[in-house]
Write a protein that binds this ligand. Sequence first.
Ligand code: SOE
Length: 383
Amino acid sequence: MPQKEFRVGMIGYGFMGRAHTNAYKQVGQFFPSGYKVVLKAACARDAAKGKAFADQWGYESVETDWRKLVGRADIDAVDICTPNNLHKEIALAAAAAGKMILCEKPLAMTTAEGREMVAAVEKAGVPNMVWYNYRRIPAVTLAKRIVDEGRLGKVFHYRAKFLQDWTIKADLPQGGQGLWRLDVAAAGSGVSGDLLAHCIDTAIWLNGRMETVCGMTETFVKERPHQLTGKVEPVGIDDACTFMGRFANGSLANFESTRYARGHKALYTFEINGENMSLFWDLHDLHRLQVFDYKEEGKTRGWKSVHVTDNSPDHPYMAKWWVPGLAIGYDASFTHQVADFLQGLETGQPAGPTFRDALETQAVLDAVLDSAKSGKWVNVAKT
Ligand code: SOE
């Protein structure tokens, strides 16, 4: 099949730079399409680090100024893998340059910033997507299909958690490479924007709009040395954030995220309870979807653990991988996302979450943080 080039300019080279690049490299092998991904340029402020990244992952060239990368005529799509405080500026410039944009989550630091980004991509008419990758774990996609079939009936509850423990050490620095997530100036928020954002994206996708929320945050370690200034500085991020809320469909929301749950590394779980069925998923057991179907015969009714690895069309994405029963991993969710993005270009049906979809998550996050400050319930702004 004749292929069109999809020439990627990657800005950033950290954990997400690697995760996305791995997906670009895998997608053509497992999900062939009319597009051939070309790793055209990687951008890093530090030339030596940029070169090392480009050499290791196969980018053809290196830039040290993202504006130069965005302005290059040989780049079709800009991938934003920088700390959150640069997302908006880069996205606005990339949209103005007519580039497609794939932006790491969360979309922006605030809803106001997100609105500007949505306006920019929609005005420019450029395809855009935000990397909420967990939607594309096959078991999670399967949950979405089951929900869309109406199998749950009326939904009563949606609860999700994202628990980690890597910032408990009080002398862990904030800021700079690897630790910008602890620096409010770079990240905008703490676990809310970093972890809850995933939970909220999946929740809205599965269960619809959230209308109102009541949140609580805590910063357990109040000061940390800053890697860039060398000084001990106040910590401005939320170390933990929990909230409850109401969805537009009448169901109740219960969410928790923290980096202080000793023993948990990346425990993302969600459960949805409907009148006819409940579904549960756990990132530590990511290829399984737990299903309770009340409509099953009473004698044998019970929770069942579906191993989502069959290569029939029943199990999303799996026909493209190995043979039935063999699991794939976290990295594949990114590969699926690129595959869907490219398919969206071919079919004209854009793959979500687009910037506009992700703005809804941003509005929930803002409402949660406002509520944590005021101690009051807050309505989620309409996007
Ligand atoms: C933080 O530790 C983090 O890497 C997030 O930034 C990711 O989005 C999440 O998927 C895993 O945890």
